[in-house]
Design a protein around this ligand. Structure first.
Ligand SMILES: Cc1cc2nc3c(=O)[nH]c(=O)nc-3n(C[C@H](O)[C@H](O)[C@H](O)COP(=O)(O)O)c2cc1C
Length: 339
């Protein structure tokens, strides 16, 4: 597939990615110690995707503030994290991939009414300060995680609901102002990406347009980690959601969800659903996914055994373990999985 659009470079902001294949943000569970610092496991893990040919590698959702009950993830809340982050950026750049850090307000909150603009100021500043550290560490950009039910997703959806009933005093600008603050602090050569995925498609399109107007360079559409509500059609509804957004914005759009083969990834781009295709599980089980697709060999197919998922050990992917141990692999295979 070397000569297909999948392997054509693409401009994102002032940067150029070498191909359209993206490693989406994925927490590397069990890898970060209490100190939140980047360690050798992170360097090996993330650089393996860049070495494997992916044009753009996102880090996992990293924490912008320290919170009790926050997930075990890389930390961004203090300048002392910059040297470790810099090593991580360098390990990915060494293989000529671009790299973006995903930023998360950790912990699950429940937003039950209008968001207090004064209280929200500290949230805005935490994201801006984290983005400045990310830039100092040498990354190409930062992403606001405003999807999957986390804090910014809840705020965004609440603001959209209030706007639609005419009750919003401040509305979406509370969140889109974060993009403006980062732009002001980091300048025009820093990629600002937003991951969003409102299940109400009209609201999703509106949100995407508001983030673009605020200065986002890249929109990463993810309506969830499971197939999306209107997923009965083909392809996966998560890809269709990206396609809807793409029709209404002019910045590049990333689609994600269930892409396993090069043919599927190419179809997403050729059919105009997105400019870039993120492949999550595919990269976890085969970090060389992009190069294999490029040069015509089959990447390992994910077994959907969920060993990589929530609060299990990310190193236990049976595909990444000794591949000769066929008995062990078959133990993880779903009985209904013919792949
Ligand atoms: C182990 C694991 C960790 C994940 N962590 C994150 C995360 O930190 N941030 C995020 O936005 N999505 C996260 N996701 C969701 C992925 O980015 C992606 O959207 C999802 O896996 C669907 O893509 P796929 O079908 O290609 O795997 C995670 C997924 C997996 C499997």
């Amino acid at each position: 597939m070397e000569n297909t659009v999948l392997f054509e470079p693409l401009r994102i902001g002032t940067h150029t990615v070498r191909n359209r294949i993206v490693v989406p943000p994925m927490v590397y569970f069990g890898s970060t110690g209490e100190d939140g610092k980047v360690n050798d496991r992170h360097l090996r893990h993330y650089s393996s995707f860049a070495r494997g040919g992916a044009g753009l590698v996102f880090t996992e959702a990293c924490a912008v503030v320290h919170k009790e009950g926050g997930r075990n993830a890389i930390a961004l809340w203090d300048d002392s994290f910059i040297p470790g982050l810099a090593e991580l950026a360098e390990s990915i750049h060494a293989w000529e991939s671009k790299t973006i850090v995903q930023m998360l307000m950790p912990g699950k909150e429940t937003i039950t009414g209008a968001v207090d603009a004064d209280a929200f100021r500290s949230v805005q500043e935490a994201f801006r300060d984290a983005a400045v550290r990310i830039q100092k560490a040498g990354f190409d950009g930062a992403e606001l995680h405003a999807a999957h039910g986390y804090y910014l997703n809840q705020v965004t959806e609440e603001c959209m609901r209030q706007e639609s009933t005419g009750n919003s005093e401040h509305g979406m600008c509370l969140v889109t102002d974060i993009v403006k603050m980062i732009r002001e602090a980091c300048g025009s050569s820093f990629i600002i990406s937003v991951r969003l995925g409102n299940p109400d498609t009209d609201a999703l399109i509106k949100e995407a347009q508001l983030f673009e107007a605020a200065g986002a360079d890249l929109l990463n559409i993810s309506t969830g980690t499971a197939p999306y509500a209107f997923a009965q059609e083909t392809p996966d509804g998560r890809i269709q959601a990206a396609g809807l957004v793409k029709k209404h914005v002019s910045v590049p759009v990333i689609a994600v969800g269930g892409i396993e083969t090069g043919g599927q990834a190419l179809a997403v781009i050729e059919n105009g659903y997105a400019d870039l295709v993120a492949v999550g599980h595919g990269h976890l089980c085969d970090p060389g996914w992009a190069d294999k697709v490029c040069y015509g060999s089959e990447p390992e197919r994910c077994l959907h055994c969920a060993q990589c998922a929530w609060y299990t050990d990310g190193t236990k992917c049976p595909r990444r373990m000794k591949r000769t141990n066929a008995a062990r692999v078959s133990r993880y295979m779903r009985t209904d999985n013919a792949r």
